[in-house]
Design a protein around this ligand. Structure first.
Ligand code: CA
Length: 313
């Protein structure tokens, strides 16, 4: 069983990652923490609560609001996700966000369970950096930190140099990467190669007769439409891939250790992730996922959607 906290800028694929935490038989989701990112902060909180409701787990997993802005820079929204919930009117969830902040919740839960908790960070790393300010020893007590962010020396999705999560809060990203966590990174580079579902795959999800599959299609639609408008078919699933690798690590086919640092001073290459794989030249601080079983990931996700929402007890 993987006990985890998911730190998320909840929109579209973030919700799909949350569903893994909420419903996968090998996941035990202790808390959701919300960070600035994809869409407006209050919308992200709502999107997380709506996702918990869609999983049939309303009121069972707390949602802690965190940093509304990056450490030192202005917030930068993403353009591809609409309101992050398919621009659809869902009923207002009964669950309300927790009064406890994200960083405080992370520090409390990890200290109560040293060596037990895995953190899945699928937004800018502001909350994790803030938690480090509260507890300098946090990295030694977290079982593993799984990050979706950065590029492995390839073109980014915000600028040529940078992937979105690291671009939005490069200062937090670099603080977290140098803090000594046992870390695994899923990059935008890997996403482009292996976490992209095409129209045929989306059509297969449409054949799954559960409300959860319907929920997926509603949330995925704006991303697919945005991608189509720029000439790309389908949608990317980096956050849900990272979540799935926690509970099904056998999907990892190849990984490599690297020293990773994030550019914080240049405007031209803001958020660029330097990944140095030269074993003789650098001391690694992260494991980079180089190759996964992409078909296995899709099959596992379809299995999750087919199993459907949790029945109310
Ligand atoms: Ca995200």
């Amino acid at each position: 069983m993987h006990r985890m906290i998911i730190d998320t800028d909840t929109a579209a694929d973030d919700s799909f990652a949350l569903l893994i935490g909420l419903l996968h038989p090998k996941a035990q989701l202790e808390a959701v923490t919300i960070v600035n990112g994809n869409v407006g902060f209050d919308q992200e909180i709502q999107n997380a609560l709506i996702t918990i409701e869609a999983a049939g787990r309303g009121g069972e997993v707390p949602v802690h609001p965190g940093a509304r802005v990056p450490l030192v820079r202005d917030w930068v929204p993403a353009s591809a996700h609409g309101d992050g919930k398919g621009n659809h009117d869902f009923p207002v969830p009964a669950q309300r966000p927790s009064a406890e902040g994200a960083a405080e919740a992370i520090v409390r839960i990890v200290n109560a369970n040293p060596g037990e908790i895995e953190i899945l960070a699928i937004g800018p790393l502001t909350n994790i950096a803030t938690a480090l300010f509260l507890d300098r020893e946090l990295s030694k007590k977290v079982k593993h930190l799984w990050i979706m962010g950065g590029c492995d020396n390839s073109v980014g999705n915000v600028t040529a140099a940078a992937e979105y999560n690291f671009y939005v809060d490069p200062d937090a990203a670099d603080i977290v990467l140098q803090a000594g966590f046992a870390t695994t990174i899923v990059t935008w580079t890997l996403t482009l190669a292996q976490a992209w579902w095409d129209e045929q795959q989306i059509a297969r999800i449409a054949e799954i007769p559960t409300s959860l599959a319907e929920f997926f299609l509603v949330l995925d639609a704006p991303t697919t439409a945005h991608n189509a408008s720029v000439g790309v078919a389908g949608s990317s699933h980096p956050d849900s891939l990272t979540a799935m690798l926690i509970v099904e690590p056998e999907l990892i086919r190849r990984s490599s250790d690297a020293f990773v640092a994030v550019e914080t001073t240049s405007e031209l290459t803001r958020g660029y992730s330097l990944m140095d794989h030269r074993a003789d030249r650098s001391i690694p601080n992260a494991r980079i996922i180089d190759e996964v079983d992409a078909d296995g990931f899709f099959t596992s996700y379809c299995r999750l959607l087919a199993a459907g929402a949790r029945e109310r007890g």
